[in-house]
Design a protein around this ligand. Structure first.
Ligand code: NI
Length: 272
């Protein structure tokens, strides 16, 4: 677990540096006397053999994680896998998705290839790869907008690169805020905006998993054309239910995750 913990500490630090509102939420729960346990950490990448899910998962597998399930997101053209830590069930699950680049325009395909070509060879096998950010350097707002027109996901990875897209508070481990409704109300009372794409709560007790998330913070990003506001990362909240055998459900629901992905699709919606 030590190896995995080291990975998580670095990822968490980058995540709260970029998203101070996440730290505010985290601190709010602590101030209520809660212990914040991570349900899962999610990553986004491209389907390219140099940076795909297999490459992303490697440091986690070396730290003791193993593959547990896969998910398809037809509309968003994504494929994802989740991993669990063998020896310690309380460890956060790892959820890694990748964009099916080949199903997009030649512009998007060429752009992604160009980005991955710029990554220094030695980084691919580094344990820090999953926290290396937008290593390709110079960003263009025109490219960002063009990518976003096809895939908000692609545009997000273009700007923020490889890092935790979100951490997730395990509601099962909260005492006072032990329902997703109470968590959402607490966040709204404290001024946070919830992702309400298909309703604030994704999933039902029958599906054994309920999730919600705050909308991404907006960060000012330097592009070669100037500085523009871009939605960054979000914080998620998950409540798991036991199955008929009394075992807590540990997987994911593709239909719910599909809507959770939209927590970073904020800027465009707001302008409409
Ligand atoms: Ni998630």
């Amino acid at each position: 677990m030590e190896k995995a913990k080291h990975l998580f500490d670095n990822l968490w630090k980058s995540y709260i540096d970029l998203n101070p509102e996440v730290k505010r939420v985290y601190d709010l729960f602590l101030s209520e006397g809660e212990v914040v346990v991570n349900d899962h950490i999610a990553f986004r990448t491209f389907e390219d053999p140099r940076v795909n899910i297999d490459v992303f998962a490697k440091p986690f597998e070396e730290a003791g994680y193993e593959y547990r399930g896969e998910y398809q997101f037809e509309q968003k053209k994504l494929y994802a896998r989740h991993y669990e830590f063998k020896a310690f069930r309380e460890a956060p699950r790892i959820f890694i998705s990748q964009l099916k680049v080949n199903e997009f325009s030649s512009f998007l395909q060429n752009t992604v290839k160009g980005l991955v070509d710029k990554i220094p060879e030695k980084l691919f096998s580094s344990p820090d790869f999953n926290n290396s950010g937008a290593v390709w350097g110079d960003l263009s707002y025109d490219v960002y907008k063009q990518l976003r027109a096809e895939s908000e996901y692609a545009a997000w990875v273009y700007v923020f690169g490889f890092r935790a897209n979100h951490f997730t508070v395990s509601i099962n481990n909260l005492k006072k805020y032990n329902t997703i409704e109470k968590v959402n109300q607490f966040l709204k009372d404290n001024g946070f905006l919830m992702n309400d794409s298909a309703g604030e709560i994704k999933g039902t007790p029958d599906e054994l998993l309920q999730q919600s998330s705050i909308k991404s913070g907006i960060v000012e990003v330097d592009f070669k054309e100037g500085t523009y506001p871009v939605p960054s990362c979000y914080y998620e909240f998950a409540l798991r239910y036991p199955d008929r055998d009394g075992n807590l459900y540990l997987g994911f629901i593709a239909k719910s995750a599909d809507k959770i992905f939209e927590s970073t699709d904020y800027y465009e919606k707001d302008k409409r």
